[in-house]
Design a protein around this ligand. Structure first.
Ligand code: FAD
Ligand code: FES
Length: 283
């Protein structure tokens, strides 16, 4: 299993270096002077210094996948993709350059390498839906550095609920799907995955997916049918992010429970009966 990168103890202050709009989402960047380089699939608990400490609301930090991490002379530049859906994400989406960002991380279990999921794996298929494309951007770069062949399938509900493709995935070959037909195939991203997995050359691929629960459940079902190894980056309501509140418990197929923040958020698809976890995830 790929080793997780451990977070330094305690919460630290970082400075926001950029915040740009991308479709219906925003991408903000912060310089983490004291933190390590995270692995793809890990996340950070984030709060704004301004609203978080002076107004006191929202009280709890919010969980965010790291979308990119680049080493610089001053530290690690972290990029996050945000969809404003409530008070916490709205405050983060409104961050301005030089604002303080309070951060704990990197947290959680990262994606495994293809060979750790399927011993004779010969490539990776990355499947992202909506804001769930974020951790796949860093995964794509980390796999590319190791020379792993990969195909990227990204899907969005509509123009308003989309963004980040050009900035985070660049000009690399990416196949798109959208439910309203504004980009790529009109329909679900899992339609593209079904076609790809029906081909002979996909049987030894490993699928890595992140997106809304219904999409993850469709990915899980397709991979189970075809005997393809898969890892899913899941969401659950997270109050602490490091294992102490038990708010993020998710049931496994064997009847046990995991805390998604420490045992996930990346979970082997064959450990689950369903990826439809109550109270979790974007639509
Ligand atoms: C491991 C992990 C990684 C995540 N990565 C990202 C990311 O990269 N970018 C991003 O924008 N968001 C991400 N999220 C989701 C983000 O944490 C939530 O959207 C956020 O906590 C909502 O807080 P809020 O105060 O804005 O809204 P709230 O008032 O808490 O909720 C507003 C609405 O969002 C829904 N909601 C609440 N919590 C979640 C949740 N965890 N996931 C989905 N919907 C939720 C609620 O049902 C409600 O309808 C991630 C969540 C997890 C667990
Ligand atoms: S978020 Fe508190 S235990 Fe997982």
């Amino acid at each position: 299993m790929t080793q997780r990168v451990l977070a330094p103890f305690g919460r630290r202050r970082c400075e926001v270096t950029a915040n740009v709009a991308s479709g219906g989402y925003r991408i903000f960047s912060a310089l983490d002077a004291a933190g390590p380089q995270p692995r793809a699939g890990q996340f950070y608990m984030l709060a704004t210094e301004r609203w978080g400490s002076t107004l006191g609301r929202p009280y709890l930090p919010r969980a965010f996948s790291v979308a990119d991490a680049k080493a610089t002379d001053e530290g690690v530049r972290l990029d996050f993709l945000v969809e404003a859906v409530g008070p916490g994400t709205e405050a983060l989406a409104a961050l301005a350059e030089d604002d303080g960002l309070l951060l704990t991380g990197p947290l959680g279990r990262p994606f495994s390498s293809p060979g750790e999921v399927t011993p004779d794996a010969d490539g990776a298929v990355l499947v992202g839906g909506g804001i769930g494309i974020a951790p796949l951007a860093l995964l794509r770069r980390q796999l590319a550095r190791r020379g792993v062949p990969q195909r990227v399938l990204l899907g969005f509900r509509d123009r308003e609920h989309s963004g980040g493709v050009e900035e985070l995935f660049g000009c690399e070959e990416v196949r798109l799907a959208s439910e309203d037909g504004h980009a790529g195939h009109r329909g679900f991203v899992t339609d593209l995955l079904a076609v790809l997995l029906a081909g002979d050359d996909a049987s030894r691929a490993v699928v890595y997916a992140c997106g809304p629960p219904a999409m993850l459940e469709a990915v899980r079902g397709l991979c189970a049918e075809r005997g393809v190894g898969a890892e899913l980056a899941m969401e659950a309501p997270m109050a602490c992010g490091f294992g102490s509140c038990f708010g993020c418990a998710v049931p496994l197929a064997d009847g046990s429970y995991i805390r998604l923040c420490v045992d996930g958020p990346v979970v082997r698809a064959d450990q689950l009966d369903t990826a439809l976890v109550a109270g979790s995830g974007h639509r």
